[in-house]
Ligand binder design. Sequence first.
Ligand code: 1CP
Length: 349
Amino acid sequence: MNAREASESSLIRELTGRRGSRRPVWFMRQAGRSLPEYRAAREGTGMLESCLMPELAAEITLQPVRRHDVDAGIFFSDIVVPLKLAGVDVDIKPGVGPVLGAPIRTAADIDALPELEDGALEPIREAVRLTVEQLGEKPLIGFAGAPFTLAAYMVEGRPSRDHLGPRTMMHADPGAWRALCEWTARASGRFLKAQLEAGASAGQLFDSWAGSLGLEDYRRHVQPASAAVFSAVSGLGKPLIHFGTGTSELLGAMKEAGADAVGVDYRLSLSEANRRLGGAVPLQGNIDPALLKAPREVLEAHVRQVVREGAEAPGHVVNLGHGVPADTDPDVLTRVVELVHSIEYPAEP
Ligand code: 1CP
């Protein structure tokens, strides 16, 4: 898609606070295990290996766009792909998630981390180019993991619930913590920049686990590194979304890190999120994924409420409050898209 078409897409209009002709909707984890065509395409190929096969990554990115008529593709990759491309021993284990061969625990471990070279990102650029070519007039969203969420996997060495390891490190050895966040910020910044330069129309920074932090720790030990990722790409003029879960108390600080729009999880109503952000920030969210399995009329009433509350903000992109659960019936998602598109939408005066 050329730059003019992209800037007029409903997604980009809402993210920049301009109403368009249709209310945009996409879903976090719209590509993935909920789709039989995804399971077929991935058969016999490892997760990280798939991310580095440009034709396969493009095909998987396009699958949910074809099936659901969502208003954007989200690039099929993973937040740990830049670690892998830098040469860190990381894998994504089925049913578990990212696992490191050797967790990063000391200043010496951090010093020894290999730097992500720009040339290593070529498979990512190629996959984005192929995807954008086939998406036609729909925009592609690029993404990266925020420094805290990435560092949490690196320190714990695997998924964790309370992220005690990284939260201890930021206080016990603030110098090492800062160095680790600077490393992850550089890696994520380069990964996101490669996608935006190759043709993605917007970017999302996932700080999925930032909700385990209090506001003071977030501001002192995390926000500067997230701000560094935003500033690495802010010159490209593409709207940037900042999302985390359990981050109701952090929304203002996440906006201040340099985002144009804020993703809200399912725990906070969009009306309240809009109030907390001074009515000045486009919002994304926040259908509760749990309701995808509720009776049709219960889900429909919830979606209508999300849409009503989103209309109070200067822009609204409909999404879930976190990712699509793997066992979701894909037809339910298709119906949510139809419903969102069918609700009367105020045209620009
Ligand atoms: O075998 C499989 O199918 C692997 C499942 C899977 C998929 C489809 C993983 C492992 N990652 C992905 C793709 C992915 N990951 C995308 C693109 C697809 C899309 O959104 O449609 C994106 C944007 C991500 C980002 C990602 N990876 C996040 C942030 C978003 C979120 O869900 O909060 C996180 C936290 C990860 C880590 C990760 N990768 C995979 C899993 C299962 C996890 C989470 C593990 C945990 O619980 O800590």
